[in-house]
Write a protein that binds this ligand. Structure first.
Ligand code: DOR
Ligand code: ZN
Length: 350
């Protein structure tokens, strides 16, 4: 890594958690990711979800087909866990290198999660196989019990589901995805188990007030929902701590404007347009730019057991205004990016 007041050169990063969608928005949303990141762990929550080897291979092909030739980008595919899946899919999908990880969505916890898991006990046999083959288990860590306040669902998940799970399957390799609380920072940071966590740019920038500033602001609604300020500060300390158990995962989750701005809007923040710049801003504010490369480009590959990227990327200090929207081709359909209309200080050469 090379640091000067005007320029940062770092090993090319990977995005360890992204939603690339499918169909008519795939090519619009994948290119910003592929311009910066060398690899990305692609979430399987399509409709229907990716639950077979064949559909994962076909989805990967559709992604690769829309990547411009000059870009070197590898999608890393994931398997959506359901209660009816066979252990064979896991064994074979792992052995053939189709899946880099399995994803656990508690049923009805978030976008396209209705086919997820209603009770963790129903997939113990799958988890046994996941543990046995050494596939990372990526977890959306929220309980879905409506009696639990939405702001407490992540902390409740750790206590009720995650901790007992790790005691039952102590060799599991787990990523607690897009953590939002001090509870998660402490749990992951102090765990004796093989657990890491991804941290998004948005949870480093906003707290829950952002959703209600001057009115209801659906652009800042995502899941897990942003929490109180002290949680955001804990996430900032974790991301910039230099601890290998915390690494980059944007959870960039695009939804068309029309699906965000409605009486029942979708959860998700599209940050792929400027994710690395957004992280750089946080690391600079925390006086930790010297730790950006480890967070963005080293701790992820170490956890996944993959090689470091060879190429470098360069960020220059060039304050610029983030566009207010990204249109789908020449249509009026559009997606509003994270930081829309704001100034970001660093710009990555693309
Ligand atoms: O905000 C979110 N959006 N959180 C998730 O867990 C899923 C994602 C999506 O797919 O829209
Ligand atoms: Zn996600």
């Amino acid at each position: 890594m090379n640091l000067s007041p005007e320029k940062i050169t770092l090993r090319q990063p990977d995005d360890w958690h992204v939603h690339l969608r499918d169909g008519n928005i795939l090519n619009t949303v994948v290119v910003p990711t592929a311009r910066i990141f060398r690899r990305a762990v692609v979430m399987p929550n399509l409709q229907p979800p990716i639950t077979t080897i064949q559909t994962a291979i076909a989805y990967k092909e559709r992604i690769l087909n829309v990547i411009p030739k000059e870009l070197d980008f590898t999608p890393l595919m994931t398997l959506y866990l359901t209660e009816t899946l066979s252990r064979e899919v896991i064994r074979k999908g792992f052995a053939e290198g189709v899946f880099v990880a399995a994803k656990l969505y508690p049923a009805n916890s978030t976008t396209n999660s209705k086919d997820g898991v209603t009770d963790i006990r129903n997939i113990y046999s799958l988890i046994e196989t996941i543990e046995e083959v050494g596939l990372p288990l990526l977890i959306h860590g929220e309980v879905t019990n409506q009696d639990v306040d939405i702001f407490d669902r992540e902390a409740a998940f750790i206590e009720q589901i995650l901790d007992p799970l790790l005691h039952r399957f102590p060799a599991l390799r787990v990523v607690l995805e897009h953590i939002t609380t001090e509870d998660s920072v402490e749990y992951v940071g102090n765990s004796k188990f093989n657990i890491a966590a991804t941290i998004t740019p948005h949870h480093l920038h906003i707290n829950r007030n952002a959703m209600f500033e001057g009115g209801i602001r659906s652009d800042f609604y995502c899941l897990p929902v942003a929490k109180r300020e002290y949680h955001r500060l804990a996430l900032r300390r974790a991301a910039t701590s230099g601890k290998p158990c915390f690494f980059l995962g944007t959870d960039s989750a695009p939804h068309l404007r029309a699906f965000k701005e409605t009486s029942c809007g979708c959860a998700g923040i599209f940050n792929a347009l400027n994710a690395i710049e957004s992280y750089a801003q946080v690391f600079e504010e925390e006086d930790a730019l010297d730790r950006l490369e480890a967070f963005s480009s080293e701790f992820g590959p170490i956890f996944y057991g993959l090689p470091f990227n060879e190429k470098k990327i360069t960020l220059i200090r060039k304050p610029h205004r983030v566009p207010s929207s990204l249109h789908l081709g020449k249509t009026s359909e559009h997606i509003v990016p994270f930081h829309a209309g704001e100034i970001l200080n660093w710009l990555c050469e693309r």
